[in-house]
Ligand binder design. Structure first.
Ligand SMILES: C[S@@+](CC[C@H](N)C(=O)[O-])C[C@H]1O[C@@H](n2cnc3c(N)ncnc32)[C@H](O)[C@@H]1O
Length: 207
């Protein structure tokens, strides 16, 4: 496994190897339907859109999106995460799973209509957030969406995971994106140290 140019991957791999994956809900997140509804309505996400997701873990949410007619490219930097995703969802049509570091330099590829994020931005060391937002912005078409389920409040302010409230999100996204939807979610069943999540959808400005 190559060393990430930004976030260290080895601690993530150790968590996967010993099964310390408390964020994993074992199924699609209960708010996926509402996220998609707002992405379609306020975000104008087109049917069959191409969606990218980094840090997909076992890809429950990405398989759900593929099952709703989207074409989803989902990556995780840890091979064992992608093995787990393939065991569950390897045969889901329109779901492409790959081992990849979101921060790695890649040749320019086709641009996406949307990026999905659940527990990736909030998992990163805060000093790496801006680099992540830049990376996902580069993957988006003009007017493309970031559709995210973020941790708003956690029991451990010093993390991990690291909460990202509206002010923090605006600092990260405002230079390139407009907020098109934000709403609160009930506390998730896990991870148990997360007290509140929120949905947010950002549209990349066209230049
Ligand atoms: C908190 S988990 C969230 C997993 C999944 N999104 C979910 O909600 O179940 C964060 C995931 O990001 C992966 N990850 C960490 N750094 C990464 C990077 N630089 N590139 C791609 N994936 C990364 C970890 O291996 C882990 O599976």
């Amino acid at each position: 496994m190559t060393q990430s140019p930004v976030e260290k991957i080895e601690p993530w791999r150790e968590r996967w190897l010993v099964g310390r994956t408390g964020w994993d809900q074992g199924q699609a997140h209960g708010e996926m339907g509402r996220l998609l509804e707002h992405a379609t309505r306020e975000g104008r996400l087109p049917p069959g859109a191409r969606i990218f997701s980094a840090g997909c873990g076992r890809a429950h949410n990405e398989a759900w999106l593929a099952g709703h007619g989207y074409s989803v490219d989902a990556v995780d930097a840890v091979p064992e995460a992608i093995e787990g995703a393939r065991a569950l969802y390897g045969k889901v049509p329109q779901l492409q799973l790959a081992v990849a570091d979101v921060f790695a330099a890649t040749a320019p590829g086709p641009l996406y209509d949307a990026v999905f994020d659940r527990a990736m931005l909030c998992a990163l060391q805060p000093q790496h957030r801006q680099a992540y937002v830049q990376k996902i912005s580069e993957k988006l078409k003009p007017n493309g969406l970031v559709m995210a389920i973020l941790f708003r409040q956690t029991r451990s302010p010093d993390g991990p995971p690291f909460s990202v409230n509206e002010d923090a999100a605006r600092e990260l996204f405002a230079a390139q994106f407009d907020l098109v939807h934000a709403s609160s979610c009930p506390p998730p069943p896990n991870p148990q140290n997360v007290l509140e999540e929120w949905l947010c959808i950002w549209r990349k400005r066209s230049l």
